[in-house]
Design a protein around this ligand. Structure first.
Ligand SMILES: Cc1ncc(COP(=O)(O)O)c(C=O)c1O
Length: 356
């Protein structure tokens, strides 16, 4: 069964879209944290479809919310009409974002969310220069890929932006590794000043950064680094975009958003993955004066459609009602402790890291 599907997959899908495992599996059903493949084998799913099935499979509250919307007969209207589910979700996200007088724009993917954030920042600042971070991942379109500091995910050098690169915050590899936290932050700030002075024309639009680099291997800079960096950005009026595609919704355990570990509020925050729990839902949040800087019409046909936002509302309510942030903190601590104990006997393991 699966072999046949593999051959058909290879015959019609591009080879740069990789499959996991020597013998790729087809997941045919799921419930809670478990999935079952086409051969009837059951798995405990630690991956969640690239960190996306955040609250598990076949959650009744989400299924019922989506079925309720389906029963209205309206799957799609476009954003040219009022969408109650979208407004309700935007109100919740605006309230939770920590950003004052927030506006929310919904998209279908994290890539598009980052693209929208970069559009807003470059429009507001009337500049196509940005700062990005080595070892980052922000998506697969030209601007998002251009801000991605990762060779394996950079399929093209074409870039609408002028990008200057900051150090990654990695404490295992690279020039700033091995420094203690305070020295690391000082060196990163010094590097930022040097990059601004030597690689830009000064009027930079924004810095885009992940609070914890996901695709780059769950690399987290010392807490507080964003705050120290933002002090310098503020001297120049440069906006901070926090890419919370992996770190949002309480998943780091300690905080609801990854940026909160740094003691700073970003100008723009992008989200995706977990909020739809599998339904295509993402977006960007920012202060009204920043978000409203776009000077032409810009909309997304599908972004925040009635089905995805019905799911998003149910997912977000579930996360809050079940205090899943606290759960992430508790389970994360158990996993870290256990993995560290295992790693102690395996010198090939350089580091065990992660949050939540
Ligand atoms: C931090 C981060 N930003 C953006 C993206 C792109 O999101 P999407 O694949 O939904 O376009 C990803 C995807 O893995 C991500 O991890």
């Amino acid at each position: 069964m699966t072999d046949d599907l593999l051959a058909r997959h290879q015959a019609v899908l591009p080879k740069w879209m990789p499959l996991y495992y020597a013998e790729p599996i087809e997941i045919v059903s799921g419930s809670g944290c478990r999935v079952t493949d086409a051969n009837g084998r059951s798995y405990l799913d630690f991956f969640g479809g690239v960190l996306t099935t955040m609250i598990g499979y076949d959650v009744p509250e989400v299924r019922e919310a989506v079925e309720r919307q389906l029963r209205t007969g309206v799957v799609h209207t476009s954003t040219l009409y009022l969408i109650r589910q979208q407004v309700e979700l935007a109100e919740k996200i605006a309230r939770l974002s920590g950003i004052e007088d927030a506006r929310v724009f919904f998209t279908n993917s994290g890539t598009e969310a980052n693209e929208a954030a970069l559009l807003v920042a470059t429009n507001l600042r009337r500049s196509n220069q940005i700062l990005a971070v080595r070892n980052s991942y922000h998506g697969r379109t030209y601007a998002a890929m251009g801000a991605t500091g990762h060779r394996s995910w950079s399929a093209s050098s074409l870039n609408p932006l002028q990008v200057a690169w900051l150090h990654s915050g990695d404490r295992l590899r690279g020039l700033l590794a091995k420094l203690d936290e305070a020295d690391h932050i000082e060196a990163a700030v010094e590097d930022l000043r040097e990059v601004l002075a030597t690689q830009t024309a000064g009027d930079v639009a924004c810095l885009i950064a992940e609070p914890i680099q996901g695709v780059g291997g769950f690399v987290s800079a010392p807490d507080g680094l964003f705050a120290a960096i933002k002090k310098v950005l503020d001297e120049y009026g440069i906006l901070l975009i926090s890419d919370e595609v992996q770190t949002g919704w309480g998943r780091t355990g300690e905080h609801f958003w990854g940026y909160q570990a740094h003691g700073v509020t970003p100008d723009l925050l992008t989200f995706a993955k977990g909020i739809g729990n599998g339904f295509a839902l993402a977006g960007v949040v920012g202060r009204a004066e920043v978000m409203n800087a776009v000077q032409a019409i810009s909309f997304s046909t599908f972004g925040g459609n009635p089905i995805s936002t019905a799911a998003g509302n149910a997912v977000l309510d579930y996360v809050l009602d079940h205090n899943l942030q606290e759960n992430a903190q508790r389970i994360g601590a158990i996993l870290l402790e256990g993995l560290r104990a295992v790693a102690a006997d395996h010198p090939a393991v350089a580091e065990v890291r992660g949050r939540g």
